[in-house]
Each structure stands twice: as structure tokens, then as C-alpha cells.
Write a protein that binds this ligand. Structure first.
Ligand SMILES: *Cc1c(COP(=O)(O)O)cnc(C)c1O
Length: 452
């Protein structure tokens, strides 16, 4: 076992060493090589070291180097060294984090991380956190707490009775709502399409005057960090407008919420601390390994009522069994890597991670603008949207950049306009990465202006 794990660590380290020089998208030959996995399962066992060797030989070259410094697609962070190392140790521990008795260390680290994160994000003490797989599940879980609270106030026990015959809940979203939130609504029986959509401005921010009069049980879903522009809904203004209406305010802050951890970016997130529930990811901007999301709920009784297997509320002072706040029962100890990431960075380096990503994004935007290309968004955070001309040209540039392999950027359509997205979310991105990526982007974009 010991030799095997040393071999695994050595292979992992060698893999990471290839990242600064290898192409970001896997080479076509590496993708073809994946065919070598497609064999019938053999009868006889195979030695673990052989299994690992096969995985490394075939698998490693076929990975997308998204954990390196030149991946700017979607919103994907890397893995901080301490978080990755902790992940490897936690793999050896193989804890079931559902119950305190099955993993006192996981239960304990969840409490520590909860307290740190509640403080970092400026939420009131007493806010509970569920450690889930993703922002999609965090949206689901936060909205389940909302559903519980709103229907309980009408004397309806939704966990016991379901939604058939229940008082209707109005769901208000911004017109640029993330698809994962709509999916969560669908899974909760609240419907993807029966939402009230509030108009947004050119950055995707909800226009507060467009929020309808609140009438009956209502959940208002705001966004902290639009996946395309990085823009924030004006939470402070909306929260004060909704005060006294009884509306539940949920915020999807999958990556943007972390702006609250930086003194220089915090102003964007003003008001989010007043929300009833918030969803965020740790596997994006906090740079812990997949998968890791967080749901924060101000009044933990609602979260507990929606998620516990029995309808009983948590009694103060009792053991905090982690499964009481999330959909899963058995699960891995996600707080381990979150703890390691926060413990290794401290407040200063966490703020620096956020600030640096935003600076890199501004650098990209300025260089692209200087070269004559149109940046479609106000670069307030870590996201840049750029058009290289017609939709066809922009799409051609994106495809060529991905094929070139120096960096990786994805595409989007922003309010009717085809654009390339640059999302800077990795701790590993250096100034040098930005410069070499820009060189590749500008070269390819210039070539694309003159059709072959
Ligand atoms: C990425 C993202 C999500 C979904 O997060 P997953 O972790 O992929 O489930 C939700 N909302 C926003 C704003 C996002 O950027």
C-alpha cells in the first residue's frame, strides 16, 4: 500500500509539472488514446500498480489542463496546493461525513469552516452551512429551506404533505437567472417556467423597479456574480425595498459571493449578508478540488426542517450531525479541503486571490480593447466578454483558440451578441500566463479577420 501511494503521489506531482508547458486542451492523439480504456472487463484481477500505471498513461494526457493557469472557460478554479494535499490525505481517511459518530474530524472541520466562512462573508453569527456538491445543489437546498419556511408560515407542512394542494409560492428571478437555479426550482416542484422574470440592464443586473408587488408566499432569487458579465444584482436596494413583505431572499453567488472576502471588491456584494439563503461554490473561486458547494441559511431551523430525515427540529446544544443540513446522508468530508484552503491562505491571501483574478481580467480587457476588439461588459469582477466582429468570426476565433492549446476560452451569447468569455478563477494564473494567452488570442483573432 505504501509504495502504491508513493507512486500515486509521484505521478500526481509529475502531472502537475507538465501543466506550465503542455497544451490546455488535450491533443487529438491523447483523445484517440482513450479508446484503449474500451476493453471488456477481464476475469482476472490486475495489480493496483498496473491499474494506476494504465490510468496515468492513458488518462493523464487526455485531461483538460483546467487546473493550470491558462484555462479561462466556464468558471473553473484550480486546486490550491494545501487543498489538493488535504484531499489526498482525506482520501486515505475515507470518512463518512454524514454523522458525527462516523467522523468526528469531518463534523468538527465543518463547524470551523462554517464559522470562518460566515464571518468572511459578513453573515450574521448563527447562520448555518450545508456542505454540498455544487452551486446547483446549494441552490436546490437553499430553495428547499425557502419552500419550507414560506409554506410553514401558511400552516402547510410541505415535507409531510408535498405540494399538491399547497398554497402557491411566487418565484421571482432576474431575466439573466442561471440555468442551475431554474433546474433547482424544477426539482423542487416549483417549476422552471412558472417564474416571474424581472427585467435586467445591459450588465444583467435586476432592475429593482421591475420587481412586482409582493403578494403571498414569495421567494426572490438574486444573483451575486452573473456567469457572463460578473455583475451583481443590487442586493442592498432590493433587500430594503422588500423589507416587511415576508419575501424570502435567496442569492445565487456561485463564484461572485467570494468578492465579499476582499476588502477592495466587497462593495459589489453589499446587502448579500441580509439574504435568507445563499448558494456558492468552493470548487470555483476558492480553488478546492471538485466537487464542493456551500449553502448558507440564516435561520438554520428552516434548513434543518427541509433536509433532516425526521421532521424534528434541531435542538440547540445537540450534536451537529452534518447530514441534517444537506440532501445526502453518506458523503465524503468536503470540509477538509475547504479548511485546508482557508487555513493556508488566511484572510490576506484569500483577498489577494480574488483581487489578482480581477486584475488579470482587467488586463485581458484592456489589451483586447487596445487591439480594437469590443469588450461587451463592464469588467467589474473576473469575467470578460469580447466580440471579434461578426458571430461567425467570433466563433471561429474561439474554436481556433481551443485548438491552438495555449489557453482555453469558451463562447456565449450575451443579450443576443455572440462573444468569447474569459473567466479568471484560478490561483495558478500568473502575469506570464495572461501575457502568453493574450499573445495567442490576439494572433488568432488577427488571422481570423482575413478569411482563408
Ligand atoms: C457555476 C454557476 C452555477 C452552478 O454551479 P455548479 O457548481 O456547476 O453546480 C450556478 N450559478 C452561477 C451564477 C454559476 O456561475
Amino acid at each position: 500500500m505504501e509504495e502504491l501511494l508513493r507512486d500515486a503521489a509521484k505521478r500526481a506531482a509529475s502531472y502537475l509539472q507538465t501543466l506550465p508547458t503542455r497544451r490546455v486542451s488535450p491533443a487529438p492523439s491523447a483523445l484517440e488514446g482513450l479508446g484503449r480504456f474500451s476493453i471488456p472487463l477481464q476475469d482476472e484481477p490486475l495489480a493496483a500498480e498496473k491499474v494506476l500505471e494504465e490510468l496515468d498513461t492513458i488518462g493523464s494526457p487526455a485531461t483538460v489542463a483546467s487546473t493550470g493557469g491558462r484555462f479561462f472557460g466556464f468558471v473553473i478554479g484550480g486546486s490550491l496546493p494545501a487543498a489538493l494535499a488535504a484531499n489526498m490525505l482525506a482520501g486515505a481517511w475515507d470518512q463518512n461525513a454524514g454523522l458525527e459518530v462516523s467522523s468526528p474530524v469531518a463534523a468538527s472541520l465543518e463547524k470551523v469552516c462554517r464559522n470562518w466562512i460566515v464571518d468572511l462573508l459578513g453573515m450574521p453569527a448563527g447562520t448555518e452551512i450545508g456542505f454540498v456538491t455544487s452551486a446547483t445543489m446549494a441552490n436546490f437546498t437553499g430553495l428547499a429551506a425557502a419552500r419550507h419556511a414560506l409554506l410553514q408560515s401558511k400552516g402547510w407542512d410541505v415535507e409531510a404533505k408535498g405540494l399538491f394542494g399547497a398554497p402557491p409560492i411566487t418565484v421571482i428571478v432576474g431575466n439573466e437567472v442561471h440555468v442551475s437555479l431554474l433546474k433547482a426550482l424544477g426539482m423542487l416542484g416549483l417549476g422552471r417556467e412558472r417564474v416571474v422574470r424581472v427585467p435586467v440592464d445591459g450588465q444583467g443586473r435586476m432592475i429593482p423597479a421591475g420587481i412586482p408587488q409582493i403578494d403571498g408566499p414569495t421567494v426572490v432569487c438574486l444573483q451575486a456574480g452573473n456567469v457572463n458579465t460578473g455583475a451583481f444584482d443590487p442586493a442592498e436596494e432590493i433587500v430594503s425595498k422588500l423589507q416587511g413583505t415576508g419575501a424570502w431572499i435567496h442569492i445565487d453567488g456561485a463564484f461572485g459571493l467570494w468578492a465579499a472576502a476582499s476588502p477592495s471588491m466587497r462593495h459589489l456584494a453589499r446587502g448579500v449578508e441580509k439574504a435568507d439563503s445563499l448558494a456558492t461554490d468552493a470548487h470555483k473561486w476558492l480553488n478546492v478540488p471538485y466537487d464542493s458547494g456551500l449553502v448558507l441559511v440564516r435561520d438554520k431551523r428552516h434548513l434543518n426542517a427541509a433536509m433532516s430525515s425526521s421532521a424534528a427540529y434541531l435542538i440547540e446544544g445537540e450534536t451537529r450531525d452534518p447530514h441534517l443540513f444537506v440532501p445526502e446522508m453518506s458523503r465524503r468530508a468536503r470540509a477538509v479541503e475547504i479548511w485546508a484552503a482557508l487555513r493556508s491562505m488566511g484572510r490576506v491571501d484569500l483577498a489577494d486571490l480574488i483581487d489578482r483574478s480581477c486584475e488579470h481580467a482587467r488586463h485581458f480587457a484592456e489589451a483586447l480593447k487596445s487591439a480594437g476588439y469590443e469588450v461587451l461588459n463592464d469588467v467589474v469582477l473576473n469575467q470578460v466578454l469580447v466580440s471579434f466582429g461578426s458571430p461567425e468570426v467570433t466563433r471561429r476565433v474561439i474554436a481556433s483558440i481551443q485548438e491552438d492549446g495555449t489557453c482555453w476560452c469558451g463562447g456565449t451569447v450575451w443579450q443576443g451578441r455572440t462573444a468569447m468569455r474569459i473567466s479568471v478563477s484560478s490561483w495558478a494564473t500568473t502575469d506570464h500566463d495572461v501575457v502568453s494567452s493574450l499573445n495567442a488570442i490576439l494572433r488568432i483573432a488577427a488571422e481570423a479577420q482575413t478569411p482563408a
